[in-house]
Design a protein around this ligand. Structure first.
Ligand code: ZN
Length: 391
């Protein structure tokens, strides 16, 4: 009887301690695509979108998220990409204006602190893809002035000045195209990186090719980030980071924020999903004929066949193996969270949406991480790299 009592007390205290730790810690997620994917489907993330999207205002709160970097994104082939990006930024401004008691724009470390103190979701901006600059350096300044604090140099499509991981590895893109590209950063690309360093905009290497990556390491005078990437050794897909890249980011004080996409976490997921897609090929083909994007098709499939899709998902433990791996290669100072919620069709169980971040804190405690290291991973590493870029 006494033993049962002790066990119950132990479970209750450890349960409270992870919740308390999570609540007190500053939780930062460096990549969420709700701005670019959810309004497109006619949905509004001010409302309860459970079952329809990964994110909404209420669930950010439940997940204890203090700072969210919203990704500004459009497809690399979109015309007037700069204008489109600005419309997305406008939509975030509008959301903040309508919810001044819940949201605030964060452009500086001081504003970040104020958002945390006022218990509002600090909304930051990251532009995902250099194609939105349309080869103009003044557009980079304009993005900065509007609040963007990182630029992912490329998305899957290379720009005229930086090659992407997808193009460098010659992996056909989702629509089956391959391109002839010059790998790396050209002179204009180097100017972009230098200007970002001057402005205090973080250089994001998620999505860039190896050659571009090493050019960035040569040119950048500030610590760089990978806003949503995992470890190649554990899951060898085209845009995960190799060991020497992880070490190079750590050496200059940068941070790798882990992507939750099942396919970047678990290489067997890709085999399982390929089998699943083969089985549903006819439907996929007809949706493609209707000009649906690969992302929309994947998302539709995982919703329509939710029971089948559920068993394809890896467990969160595999995501945390990437975290352990990066910590072993460097230290707990160089890893954080960049979920990619609402930008991916599948995430590890049970990380179903933005309300589930506390489960990561619980699992890190169970893995033996100190509270100090957990606070770094959840947000302090981001704050350090943000400060270092702004100074
Ligand atoms: Zn991405």
């Amino acid at each position: 009887m006494r033993i049962i009592f002790i066990v119950i007390v132990f479970i209750l205290t450890s349960c409270q301690s992870y919740k308390k730790l999570h609540e007190k810690a500053i939780v930062v997620d460096t990549h969420n695509d709700v701005l670019s994917t959810v309004p497109m489907r006619g949905l509004n993330w001010e409302t309860d979108l459970r079952g329809k999207a990964h994110s909404d205002i209420q669930r950010f709160k439940q997940g204890g998220v203090d700072i969210q970097i919203f990704s500004i994104w459009c497809d690399g082939r979109k015309e007037n990409a700069y204008q489109y990006a600005n419309i997305e930024i406008d939509s975030l401004y509008a959301m903040i204006n309508r919810n001044p008691d819940k949201l605030m724009l964060v452009k500086t470390p001081a504003e970040l602190k104020a958002a945390v103190q006022q218990k509002k979701l600090g909304c930051m901006i990251g532009v995902e893809g250099g194609h939105m600059l349309e080869d103009r350096l003044d557009y980079l300044d304009s993005f900065y002035n509007r609040g963007s604090r990182y630029l992912t140099l490329t998305h899957n499509v290379s720009t005229s000045w930086a090659s992407s991981a997808m193009d460098e590895t010659r992996t056909p893109d989702p629509d089956g195209e391959t391109k002839n590209i010059t790998p790396g950063l050209n002179d204009f690309g180097k100017q972009v990186v230098r200007r970002m360093n001057e402005l205090g905009m973080m250089v994001d290497v998620s999505h860039v090719g190896d050659k571009t990556f090493w050019d960035v390491i040569d040119v950048s005078t500030k610590p760089v980030i990978a806003s949503h990437s995992c470890a190649y050794t554990l899951c060898p897909v085209f845009r995960n980071l190799k060991d020497d890249q992880i070490k190079a980011i750590a050496k200059i004080g940068g941070v790798i924020f882990l992507n939750f996409f099942s396919g970047f976490v678990d290489s067997n997921y890709l085999t399982r999903i390929q089998d699943f897609n083969k089985k549903h090929k006819t439907e996929r083909d007809s949706l493609r004929n209707l000009k649906w994007s690969s992302y929309e098709i994947d998302e539709w499939m995982s919703k329509t066949y939710s029971a089948e899709a559920e068993v394809l998902r890896p467990h969160m433990n595999q995501l945390l193996d990437h975290l352990d791996y990066i910590v072993k290669l460097s230290s707990a100072d160089h890893v954080g969270l960049g979920s990619d919620f609402d930008g991916v069709s599948s995430t590890p169980r049970p990380l179903d949406d933005v309300s589930t971040f506390p489960l990561i804190t619980k699992a890190l405690l169970e893995r033996g991480y100190s509270k100090k290291d957990i606070r770094k991973i959840l947000g302090e590493n981001f704050i350090r790299v943000f400060n270092a870029n702004m100074n």
